[in-house]
Design a protein around this ligand. Structure first.
Ligand code: DX5
Ligand code: ZN
Length: 225
């Protein structure tokens, strides 16, 4: 399969109705979502708790596109197999989450998922220099991870640096945090192709009234093209 460099919108279910993930996922996919972004938080690596592999396995049958699991947990390694068994397509771990990120990324691939590495806003692009032959995705956080709806931190220069470091490798550059029609264009221009968006996708809509989800997804996509 040829590598897909087109812009992909990945709604984060962190902004969805937690009591209705299945229907929310079906709604955003019907409204044009390209991937589904699943935020796992442990109350330790980040100051918030969401859910774990059991919930991921429960929502998997509702995802027809790509299940993009973002692990904001430490340690990572003891849970990799469980998230892979839950059906994650991508499993992204933070470079800051432990001393042996190289081992973590190898373990994700060995478990049958596609490895991603995420960088907090305070972490330089150079932190992933030695990891580029191991990953299918680099996630650039444009907020400090832990919550949806935070204000965007400009990481355009980091994205541009990563784009150059990646060269012709088949690696997605994903942006996570504060993505909106206002911030998307500069990120895509700098080299990003996966745009995670929570509040900017789910605002104004619901399972009963999903049209705003589609309007919001189209607005982000249109801004970026
Ligand atoms: C933040 C999460 C993000 C978050 C994005 O810790 O990793 O995926 O849901 O939410 P918005 O788009 O509202 O900033
Ligand atoms: Zn995320």
């Amino acid at each position: 399969m040829t590598f897909d460099r087109s812009v992909k919108i990945a709604p984060s279910i962190l902004s969805a109705d937690f009591a209705n993930f299945g229907a929310e996922i079906q709604a955003v996919e019907a409204q044009g979502a390209d991937w589904i972004h699943v935020d796992v938080m442990d109350g330790h690596f980040v100051p918030n708790i969401t859910f774990g592999p059991t919930t991921c396995a429960a929502i998997r049958p509702h995802i027809k596109t790509v299940m993009d699991v973002h692990l904001m947990i430490a340690p990572v390694d003891p849970y990799i197999q469980a998230f892979a068994d839950a059906g994650a397509d991508f499993i992204t771990a933070h470079v800051e989450a432990g001393p042996h990120i190289h081992r973590t990324l190898q373990a994700i691939r060995a478990a049958g998922a596609r490895p991603g590495v995420a960088l907090n806003p305070g972490t330089p692009a150079s932190a992933v220099q030695e990891l580029l032959d191991l990953v299918d995705l680099v996630c650039v956080m444009t907020v400090n991870p832990g919550f949806g709806g935070q204000s965007f931190i400009d990481m355009t220069d980091k994205v541009r640096t990563l784009r150059q470091m990646i060269g012709d490798r088949d690696i997605h550059i994903e942006i996570d945090g504060g993505v909106s029609p206002a911030t998307a264009p500069m990120l895509v221009d700098a080299g990003a192709d996966v745009l995670v968006a929570g509040s900017a996708v789910f605002k104004g809509g619901s399972v009963e009234n999903p049209t705003p989800y589609g309007d919001n997804i189209r607005a982000i996509r249109a801004s970026a093209q």
